[in-house]
Unconditional design. Sequence first.
Length: 105
Amino acid sequence: MYWLYLALGIIFEVLGTICMKKADGFSKLVPSILVFVFYGLALGALVLVLEKMSQVSVVYAIWAGAGTAIIAAVGIIWFKEPVSAMKVVSILLIVLGILGLELFD
């Protein structure tokens, strides 16, 4: 069950970051409110995960790393940010690092 909470936490963190971009420096009301709602849900999910998984370093690395990789992809696809080979390789290294933490623990 904690994997579901972790996945939800990552999704909420990504949604919060997207809303942060859309909030335009907190000048737009709805996205600004959603930043706090989604980050609150993300942190709440993280708390639930930490009740079951004892290694905070691994949990946080998975949460932050997966969120970073997904946001990088969202930036490229949705926000039309420039993409380079180095950016793609770096994202892949993040994913490999997350897998390494979980598989070789």
